[in-house]
Design a protein around this ligand. Sequence first.
Ligand code: AMP
Length: 172
Amino acid sequence: MKEIKEYIRDILNFPKEGIVFKDISPLLNHSDTFTRVIEMWKERYANRGIDTVVGVEARGFVFASAVAYAIGAGCVMIRKPGKLPYKTFTKTYDLEYGTDTIEVHQDAIDPGNKVLVIDDVLATGGTMEAVLELLMDNFNCELVEVTFLMELSFLGGRDKMKNLPVHSLVVY
Ligand code: AMP
């Protein structure tokens, strides 16, 4: 069987000059490989008593819902502003230029819930740091682990993960 990395496509200079974009489309569209990554997460998390899998917009949703289904947990979406219809908690965080905002429904996570957080790529860690702060500031939940399909380890994003356990299926 081919390595997972063989189904992650490098797109040079997307979305801007100097960025190597890690395109997961080939992986998602190859049923054996997509199944394999969900099974790897299932093996790791099925017996951890996880109640809620949190996915980060937008590619994180694809994995979060499949993992939630596989381990019998609920699924929660962290979204860009203006997308969630009910009352929300909000977090604004700094980007290289300007700021960005993320939101979650106020009733998304019950007190004491065990939570797994998923996204596709850990790069600089800024996005996930904001997600973790949004969750820690507003919910009395237990963050069990933060997991990524891939980690760009040379960017050092792991240091921003609030001392939580961090896991990646594939490391560059
Ligand atoms: P960061 O906040 O720098 O860790 O970036 C994480 C977010 O940006 C994730 O939601 C990724 O989907 C996306 N991202 C960052 N860098 C890349 C990359 N090289 N290829 C694909 N997606 C990326």
